[in-house]
Write a protein that binds this ligand. Structure first.
Ligand code: ADP
Length: 310
């Protein structure tokens, strides 16, 4: 049986008469990593703040592991670890001191604080940094401290708001690996405006634009949209387009500037095998055949701007 860890129902937040977040509903199950994706100003942070009980919704409700955030905020919040966009770090403390404070604030009992700090440091690769002042750590390590404080009380749900912004590529790689690992034990919601990050880290994705969810599905569905019924074919002796159009399933053919051919086919068809057979039989000199991937950015633009284009 899947355990629902987050239930967001019709979440809406109005600022000055405008809906910053509009009727957002979704669920998250134990062990899932959900990517919450959208351009700047889309409503990601506002949604995160409502999910974590830091902002009251104008309409709608949030349940964490079945506990209602409005009716039982203390109990619901105890089930969440949150890393806001700006990490709440006390920079003049050492890593150990700060994490001990965070443990206390999250209600970890005195006798368990030492073990909780030790475990969070191990999971976030911070053990070597225990005695260092936070202000002297690199941004990547400061972000690890931010994640460590979010998981110090071993919450069911970990919510991370743009955790890789401002990090260098190596730090980004490390933080992404850490997030993926967290998904094993916790449910994770990761807000980001970076599409490849979602593809690397998440198994589920939601795209928000102008406060509304425009996509909600598995990462595989998003990837399928990228593959979108197109093949790129390289032929040494290409035949005329109308010869290719006779192959079962092929709907259109275009020659790309680099000499390769882009073949579109109808949904549900798989003409690759027939194309290979025809190429061999008719001596077209096939040297390449690949799915033509729409970049995630293109999918994102299609999804978020389809209203504007309509
Ligand atoms: P994101 O995190 O996706 O960048 P936000 O949730 O921060 O987006 O913002 C969504 C919208 O709500 C934006 O148009 C923003 O200007 C507006 N907004 C956010 N916070 C406030 C606030 N405290 N008062 C008024 N408008 C706000």
């Amino acid at each position: 049986m899947t355990t629902l860890t987050v239930e967001a129902n019709n979440l809406t937040r109005i600022y000055g008469g405008r809906e910053a977040v509009s009727d957002v509903s979704f669920t998250l199950s134990k062990g899932e990593v959900l990517g919450f994706l959208g351009p700047n100003g889309a409503g990601k942070s506002t949604t995160m703040k409502m999910l974590t009980g830091n902002l009251a919704p104008s309409k709608g409700s949030v349940k964490i592991c079945g506990v209602d955030m409005i009716e039982n905020p203390k109990e619901a919040k105890a089930l969440i670890g949150y890393l806001p966009e700006t990490p709440p770090l006390y920079r003049e403390f050492t890593v150990d001191e700060f994490l001990a404070i965070a443990a206390r604030l999250h209600g970890v009992s005195s006798k368990h604080i030492k073990v909780a700090v030790q475990r969070a440091k191990e999971r976030c690769g911070l053990t070597e940094m225990s005695k260092r002042l936070i202000e002297n750590l690199s941004k990547g390590y400061q972000q690890r401290v931010g994640i460590a404080q979010a998981i110090i009380h071993n919450p069911m749900v970990v919510i991370l708001d743009e955790p890789t912004v401002g990090l260098d590529p190596i730090q980004i790689r490390d933080i992404r690996a850490l997030i993926k690992e967290l998904g094993g034990e916790h449910s994770v919601i990761l807000s980001t405006h970076i599409l490849p990050e979602v593809e690397m880290v998440c198994d589920h994705v939601q795209i928000i634009d102008k406060g509304k969810l425009v996509f909600n599905g598995s990462i595989d569905i998003l990837k399928q949209q990228r593959h979108g019924n197109k093949l790129v074919i390289g032929l040494n002796n290409p035949p005329a387009h109308d010869v290719l159009l006779k192959v079962a399933g092929v709907e259109s053919v275009e020659t790309l500037p680099n000499g390769l051919l882009r073949v579109r086919y109808a949904a549900g068809q798989a003409p690759a095998e027939a194309l290979v057979q025809a190429a061999v039989k008719q001596g077209w000199g096939l040297h390449q055949i690949n799915p033509d991937q729409t970049s995630l950015e293109d999918v994102f633009v299609q999804l978020t701007y389809q209203d504007a284009a309509a």
